[in-house]
Design a protein around this ligand. Sequence first.
Ligand code: PHE
Length: 338
Amino acid sequence: MNSLVAQMQAVLEDAREALAGLSSLEELEACRVRFLGRRGEVTLLLKDMGRVDPSERREVGRAANEVKAAVQEAFAAALARLERGRSLASGLDVTLPGRLRRAGRTHPVTRVMDDAVAIFRRMGFVVADGPDQETVYHNFDALNTPEDHPSRDPQDTFYLADGRCLRTQTSPVQVRVMESRQPPVRIVCPGRCYRRDTPDATHSMNFHQIEGLYVDRRVSLADLKGCLEEFARELLGPQVQVRFRPHFFPFTEPSIEYDFSCILCAGRGCGVCKRSGWLEISGAGMVDPAVFEAVGYDPEIWTGYAFGMGIERIAMIRHAIGDIRLLYENDMRFLAQF
Ligand code: PHE
């Protein structure tokens, strides 16, 4: 055998032996310089190729390249061995599978709120805002609520030490908006409300409403019905029906309550709609002239409708949630489903 090839094979043996005894990356680097560096043993031998007899050059060249590849492979293996050992020594096993980081999601209540606002904005409503800590004047008096109305009772309303209260509805924002600008007005106000209810499957002391108010000349009950029907279809689908029932609110006349047909059972009756086929959403009506007077609008000129709806209720219908408390418990097993 050509002596050059024999020499190279000997170098390969040396390299393997040296690599096997390594215990650090620094030693590995020294070893790399010794064999594969610019003046390393393998490199120098390859340079000698020029002196090989031309008749042998092809065969010797191939053998030399094989040896070089083998040396490089031995280095790669040694590097992998050292790196693995190093990560294990530091308590980190880079061969373990990765852990998926859970991404956050939008809460179902926030989703309904965002969707509702988007739908009303497309209809021409703009978003208005008001404080959660409200004056009794805005929450009750200006809304034509009599002194002895049961909703004012401290058993139902949270009163603050300074005489204000936590708003029991988003309707006071109607008053604030009308106090601050001239008609026509077309606003929605999404927000938190507070009532001293005993929590159960359908009641929470803290819940959300979205309020709507439209004031202009010649606004009619038909406009209100059209608006709510359109909203229901946009939010829950074209098959949804809306039902209006006579009701009473101090600040609207006439007043109605409205129900959406249950989208879960298509009106046939199920557990969520308590077998009735309908789900109560909230109240609405034509703005009472007494409210216009309280804010300084002339009731002879201006007409308007208002509505309020419970956001949680809609979220519960949308996702077939049977208990309102699930929305506030922050249980990941529940929240991760949306
Ligand atoms: N504020 C009423 C409630 O909380 C709902 C409502 C809003 C009714 C606007 C009429 C007009 O029940």
